[in-house]
Design a protein around this ligand. Sequence first.
Ligand SMILES: C[S@@+](CC[C@H](N)C(=O)[O-])C[C@H]1O[C@@H](n2cnc3c(N)ncnc32)[C@H](O)[C@@H]1O
Length: 366
Amino acid sequence: MNKVLLYCRQGFEKECAAEITAKAAQREVFGFARVKDDSGYVLFECYQAEEAEKLIAELPFSELIFARQMIVVGELLRDLPPEDRVTPVTGMLTGFVEKGGELRVEVPDTNESKELLKFCRKFTVPLRSSLRAAGILLKYETDRRPVVHVFFIAPGCCYVGYSMPKNNSPLFMGIQRLKFPSDAPSRSTLKLEEAFHAFIPADEWDERLGSGLFAVDLGACPGGWTYQLVKRSMMVHAVDNGPMAPSLMDTGQVFHHREDGFKYRPTRSNIYWVVCDMVEKPVRVANLMADWVVNGWCREAIFNLKLPMKKRYEEVSQNLAMIDEKLKANGINAQIQARQLYHDREEVTVHIRRIWAAEPGRRDEK
Ligand SMILES: C[S@@+](CC[C@H](N)C(=O)[O-])C[C@H]1O[C@@H](n2cnc3c(N)ncnc32)[C@H](O)[C@@H]1O
């Protein structure tokens, strides 16, 4: 088993491949990525067979921007007989993984795979029974054991493998499904909601996304992101020259500033969140957000970097490195995370959390 399979957004295979190649090399794991355009996945083959398992155990999944899931797999199983696909899949997994905590039968996130997904749902039930009988799966579900994955790329053709507990996506196909709230002013609202799920642990939501916090939304109109903040009972300064949805203004929780988001400065010192969805060059947005954190104008930031057509991995990496350098140069200790979310398109979402400012004699609470 020398292959690491990564799921990604269709059309972002090259970015996913560049990222895994670079991040594996940083851990002295060398190999090459097989990329098929628009396939929705990447296969990274390690030169040393045992290193695939080492990689999925040691490379923190949360550091990957373009991968939705990271699993170790064997050779492609082809031409599975329609009358019995369970036996060969069970056979392939035997000796490869034991006492798995969950089974997921998945497909790449592409239009072409939609039909196949219907088959996967039906196939899961008999396969689960067989894997339980063979000891490949435990009799009960648990997130403390590896997840067994069967990944169909075509009818009768799949990879099988596993992901590591707590170092994988806990989500089926690595996708956060969210229901669009019918009273939200724009579909963009789902991007910020997904970002909260991706970056803020559920048991910290009350404290970090709780009522009474103050937030600034740069490039707020018509208000999909502001909606998420208002829904959590925050007070929001919405900055944009465009019109905000009247339903949000009516809540009394929104102050609308018709100003340039790059020039706007907060008028109060207790802003907890800044969020930013302005369509602008990534380097401008990254610099602005770093300034907000360095100047102590907010405690946490979530923003999108809209990606150019080419060299998208490089663009993201350079901007994240620039933010990191700027924060460090100013003595700011912060956590930076970035991910291409399911609801993101040609963009990635970044989260910065300022932890404390290393000024002599001063330490931020929380
Ligand atoms: C993608 S939309 C934001 C959508 C919003 N997040 C939502 O969920 O409804 C981008 C917004 O950024 C605003 N914008 C772009 N450049 C800006 C700037 N320099 N200052 C303020 N707003 C800006 C645009 O007017 C536009 O309303």
